[in-house]
Design a protein around this ligand. Structure first.
Ligand code: XUL
Length: 527
């Protein structure tokens, strides 16, 4: 039996998906939701509470415990992990883990003690800044200055210096915590950290996720000496050489063989970022298909036919696991903003969808909401901004249905606005993530983008992408064949655009841009 396991360490959960090459089936698809299974970490949404909304950290030990729980669940559900021929994984991008000793110095995990207890003494920093953290504006400015300006940053790394990116986060740690910094000998992304746990060795960062650090020279595929210097002293010594994400980085450690039944010598392929992994999971690793991912963050991405960067400075270029590069725009107020509105008005997801499909009309009678409940990445808003414009009942919070349509229309319109630079074909658009089965949300995406919106059969495209990457690297199956077998679109769930809404959404897009410009000019003023 040729089976491949893909893991996905996302913001709110750790998931596993197993594909079977013989039958073409997904034979396991399971998650551990941190808030539910690991309440002791006090991270109901996957991160620790902090009074400053710009600070967002998680406890890396929560991810370690989740790995054990998840493998235990799989084995407990009767899945024979001994049949797995290769493992790869994905992680929320940009988050970083800091160690006092290299995983290589640890050698092997002891089966006498839980993994968590063995990892704890290795941490030089108790918490990990994650992609939602935006507390590094000063460091971004310092790095940009040292590197020679925004344009130089973009030319080198594909992105401006960005608050959540790992380089500025590393610089802040070095500046704020000199003692812990002095004890740090190795730095990992969430992806390479998870791969290191699994192999009991220091796994290198891959080029896909590495591109989200403001440290990688995209032209050479190596760390940029100028950016390493601009970020922190001796940084080169704390990072392993980055590798293409098809690289075999080790084998599943003895600990997991003994405890969960993996076969000895099971190869582990480099882990990458959740978005690059999702790109191949969606069967979109080759240019020609754009993807919208509706998760904790919403992202719009596509494999690139030609090198391009975002003149507005909010978009990014990452490595595409299938070769070349991918373009991406990321929005922090994704599912958390939708949940906020649903929760505030006591609506379940069916009622949420119904509010769009049957109770409100495109354009929302002119009602408009800026739904930035947490600091926003795109456009760059350093503080939460929530503003209601329109009818009295809407502004006063007495119109739940209009509020639902308003949050989704603004999300879709701003995805369209801020992904134009990507310049790739945007019809059809594949859609993935938790909200990709919500018909109301698909309706608005189809009309705003005037494109056919197509969900996948499998909803966890990042874990699927990880399993496919393992199959490609270990089994040698081509990307095309893997996509044909496992990334089938659910055409019966596709949503077609209504051309009558075109002019109205163009106008709504202008309105939104006008409101955003007002707020961007002075985000700290209360509306
Ligand atoms: C991408 C980004 C997010 C995280 C969340 O740049 O910050 O999409 O990867 O998982």
């Amino acid at each position: 039996m040729a089976r491949f396991l893909g893991l996905d360490a996302s913001t709110q959960s750790l998931s596993a998906l197993v594909i079977d090459m013989d039958t073409g089936a997904v034979c396991a698809n399971q998650s551990v939701v941190f808030g539910e299974r690991l309440p002791q970490y006090q991270s109901p949404k996957g991160f620790l509470a902090h009074q400053n909304p710009r600070v967002r950290h998680s406890d890396p030990l929560m991810w370690v415990e989740a790995l054990e729980l998840l493998l235990g669940d799989l084995a407990g559900a009767g899945l024979d992990l001994g049949c797995v021929r290769g493992v790869s994984g994905a992680g929320q991008q940009h988050g970083s883990v800091y160690l006092t000793r290299s995983f290589d110095q640890v050698g092997a995990w002891s089966t006498d003690r839980p993994l968590r207890d063995q990892v704890q003494p290795l941490l030089s920093r108790r918490t990990s800044p994650i992609w939602m953290d935006s507390a590094t504006s000063a460091e971004c400015a310092e790095i940009t200055r040292a590197a020679g300006g925004d344009n130089r940053m973009v030319a080198l790394t594909g992105s401006r210096a960005i608050e959540r990116f790992t380089g500025p986060q590393i610089r802040k740690f070095f500046k704020d915590s000199p003692e812990e910094w002095a004890h740090t000998c190795e730095i990992h992304l969430v992806s390479s950290f998870m791969a290191s746990l699994l192999t009991a060795a220091s796994a290198p960062i891959d080029l896909g996720d590495g591109a989200g650090m403001n440290l990688l020279d995209l032209g050479t595929g190596t760390w940029s000496p100028a950016l390493l210097d601009a970020t922190a002293p001796d940084l080169a010594a704390k990072l392993r050489t980055p590798v293409p994400c098809t690289t075999r980085v080790g084998v599943v450690a003895d600990y997991f063989v003994k405890k969960y039944g993996f076969s000895p010598g099971t190869p582990v392929i480099a882990f990458t970022g959740d978005n690059p992994s999702s790109l191949v999971g969606m069967g979109a690793g080759r240019p020609g298909t754009a993807v919208i991912s509706l998760g904790t963050s919403d992202t719009v991405f596509a494999a690139m036919t030609a090198p391009r960067t975002d003149p507005r400075g909010t978009g990014h270029v990452f490595g595409d696991p299938a070769g070349g590069f991918m373009a991406l725009a990321c929005f922090a107020n994704g599912s958390l903003a939708r949940e906020e509105i649903a929760h505030r008005f006591g609506l379940d997801w069916e009622a949420f969808s119904d509010a769009i499909l049957t109770r409100t009309r495109p354009g929302n009678g002119g009602n408009l909401l800026l739904p930035y409940f947490v600091p926003e990445i795109t456009p760059r808003l350093p503080v939460p901004v929530v503003r209601w414009f329109g009818s009295e009942s809407f502004v006063d919070g007495r119109d739940p249905y209009a509020a639902v349509r308003a949050v989704v229309e603004t999300q879709a319109l701003s995805m369209r606005l801020f992904s134009r630079w990507i310049g790739e074909d945007m019809n059809p658009i594949l859609v993935t993530g938790g909200a990709s089965r919500n018909r109301g949300i698909l309706r608005i995406l189809a009309d705003v983008f005037q494109a056919r919106i197509v969900p996948l059969q499998v909803s966890n495209s990042s874990a699927l992408g990880a399993a496919l990457r393992a199959a490609q690297a270990v089994g040698g199956t081509s990307w095309e064949e893997l996509a044909r077998r496992f990334s089938a679109p659910a055409n019966h769930l596709a949503m077609k655009p209504d051309p009558r809404t075109l002019a109205m959404y163009d106008e709504a897009g202008h309105q939104l841009e006008r409101r955003l410009n007002e707020v961007l000019a002075n985000p700290f003023v209360k509306g």
